[in-house]
Design a protein. Structure first.
Length: 275
């Protein structure tokens, strides 16, 4: 990742104009914290946009999503990683640092973009670039699928890991309206391998036409998918539920299925009228 470019993009973001995905993520995070039904006294938030996320958990320590997080080991009962994991070069390393910052039985929460995000834009840009330039360069950052995010929780050593997604279907007048929103979100291309030279306008005109043909609705508006991935895990503690060891079950699944089959057969016989 081109970190200086990413910093520039984030600095020029206008989330007061295009912060609807952050607002949706914040609402979902608050709902999940209510479901946990626990009072957190030493929370921390990892975010590149403190002006948006600060009020989510009043009194939380705010730290930027740097390669080395400014979190002390074992000092927090809640760590929230907010809308930044999809841009890090080492997402599992970020999660490991968050786990180490947690107290025993502390909660880790994260929200980031998932693999379905901007799937339509990927297709339109790829086809346009092949036609206009005879090749491809990365223009939309690759993002992990929900199962891959869940695997990262396990690799980081978190207990009771859960990963789930919340897709959003957003409509735009045209491709250029979508690209303006991405700039205001601070989510434009910051890949090291991106094409650095100026690109002729015809590439984006062709991409806009392809996008409208493939993903336009009856009203002429364009569909853009954004997928929010939510991650939950706990710092290990002896009080937490643990899976049974393989071979430790006291009854066999086959026996249970057979008992269920016999029970259903008896009920069927009782219900059948006498001939």
């Amino acid at each position: 990742m081109d970190q200086p470019a990413l910093a520039r993009h984030r600095a020029r973001a206008r989330l007061d104009q295009a912060g609807f995905l952050h607002a949706s993520a914040i609402d979902e995070i608050k709902e999940r914290l209510r479901d946990v039904n626990r009072t957190f006294t030493a929370p921390a938030i990892v975010t590149a946009h403190p002006e948006v996320w600060r009020a989510t958990i009043p009194g939380a320590k705010i730290v930027p999503p740097d390669e080395i997080l400014a979190l002390d080991q074992g000092t927090h009962d809640l760590v929230l990683h907010a809308m930044a994991l999809h841009w890090t070069d080492d997402p599992v390393g970020q999660i490991v640092q968050c786990r180490r910052a947690l107290q025993a039985d502390g909660l880790f929460l994260a929200v980031a973009f998932g693999g379905e995000t901007l799937s339509e834009l990927r297709v339109a840009l790829a086809e346009a670039e092949i036609a206009e330039m005879g090749g491809l360069s990365p223009r939309v950052a690759p993002m992990a699928e929900v199962r891959q995010w869940g695997a990262l929780l396990q690799r980081a050593g978190l207990a009771l890991p859960v990963a789930d997604s919340l897709p959003s279907d957003v409509r735009y007048d045209d491709l250029f309206a979508l690209m303006r929103d991405l700039r205001q979100m601070g989510e434009t291309n910051a890949l090291l391998e991106r094409h650095r030279r100026p690109v002729r306008r015809s590439l984006f005109n062709r991409a806009a036409a392809l996008y409208a043909t493939r993903f336009g609705d009856e009203a002429g508006r364009l569909r853009a998918t954004f997928e929010l991935i939510f991650l939950t895990g706990w710092a290990p503690h002896e009080s937490q539920q643990k899976p049974l060891r393989p071979g430790s079950a006291r009854s066999r699944l086959a026996d249970a299925l057979q008992a269920s089959y016999v029970h259903e057969a008896r009920e069927d016989a009782l219900d059948r009228p006498e001939e």
